[in-house]
Design a protein around this ligand. Structure first.
Ligand SMILES: Nc1ncnc2c1ncn2[C@@H]1O[C@H](COP(=O)(O)OP(=O)(O)O)[C@@H](O)[C@H]1O
Ligand SMILES: O=c1ccn([C@@H]2O[C@H](COP(=O)(O)OP(=O)(O)O)[C@@H](O)[C@H]2O)c(=O)[nH]1
Length: 247
């Protein structure tokens, strides 16, 4: 039975939280900042504590990105394989942080890694989610030329999540990249088609199309703001909501 937070029930029963790899770097240039990792684990634990089922997809951009490796001369598919392996490392670090906080967690990888992680199995993932375990989906979709944003939307649809929560460095979707355009203005709500038509670059188009085709709502919010994740889940007006209609 879900408890109340500040007098409010959780708005969602099951979420898919996408954490960008770069979010794990904190103020560093590369790798994982243990303090950031532990804070995120505790914030995820708060959701579990109020009865929310949490699926997690973590990016790999703090370690390797296929496109960047390819730009430096590496074969793109090999680079993407390295990027996917980077997401597995982040997933293992997150499982460790969750377990150190007594939050049960399981890593399921789209690339077989016997003895290191479980292999992705949708039915098994749903069973574990129902017991309150955090299920971390690693290695993206398992295929090159995709992103972990697409993997997050795909897994959310597969596990029948209520929403995809994209935790990132910006506090929502803007008219332009707010890091590049200081005059960019934030949207509270958008439709999938508005994101596609305006080419708003906060997420790749494959991910947006997947959500549109399966009516999966998406919320983009700032993970560097302590408490923002819980606020989103109890219904606070955090970040930008992308869904079918603004009506
Ligand atoms: N219209 C936009 N609104 C918000 N963020 C945008 C927009 N266009 C580009 N961005 C960029 O998208 C990033 C969020 O995507 P994310 O996947 O977390 O980062 P990355 O692609 O660097 O891994 C933001 O940090 C921001 O710089
Ligand atoms: O289904 C996937 C997901 C990820 N990747 C690779 O893994 C890297 C890390 O993922 P991403 O860039 O999405 O991480 P984030 O930006 O969220 O940190 C990508 O650049 C790709 O090279 C991939 O090939 N297929």
């Amino acid at each position: 039975m879900a408890q109340q937070v500040s007098g409010r029930q959780p708005r969602y029963k099951r979420i898919l939280l996408k954490l960008s790899g770069e979010a794990l770097m904190g103020a560093e240039d590369f790798g994982i900042d243990p303090k950031v990792l532990d804070r995120m684990a505790l914030e995820v634990g708060q959701l579990v504590g109020i009865g929310v089922q949490v699926g997690l997809v973590i990016g790999g951009g703090n370690l390797f990105r296929g496109a960047a490796l390819s730009a430096a001369g590496m074969d793109r598919v090999t680079g993407d394989h390295m990027g996917m392996l980077a997401t597995v490392m982040n997933a293992l670090a997150m499982r460790d942080a969750l377990e150190r906080s007594n939050i049960p967690a399981l890593v399921m990888s789209a690339i077989s890694m016997v003895g290191v992680t479980d292999h992705y199995d949708r039915r098994k993932a749903m069973r574990h989610l129902k017991t309150g375990e955090v299920v971390i989906f690693a290695a993206g979709t398992g295929n090159p030329f995709f992103t972990t944003d697409s993997a997050a939307c795909l897994r959310a649809i597969e596990i029948d999540a209520d929403v995809v929560l994209k935790a990132t460095k910006v506090d929502g979707v803007y008219t332009a990249d707010p890091f590049k355009d200081p005059h960019a203005e934030k949207f509270d709500r958008l439709t999938y088609d508005e994101v596609l038509d305006r080419k708003l670059g906060v997420m790749d188009l494959t991910a947006i199309c997947l959500c549109r085709d399966h009516q999966m709502p998406l919320r983009v919010f700032n993970m560097n703001k302590p408490g923002a994740l819980l606020n989103v889940v109890v219904g606070g007006a955090e970040g930008t909501l992308i869904e079918e209609s603004n009506e």
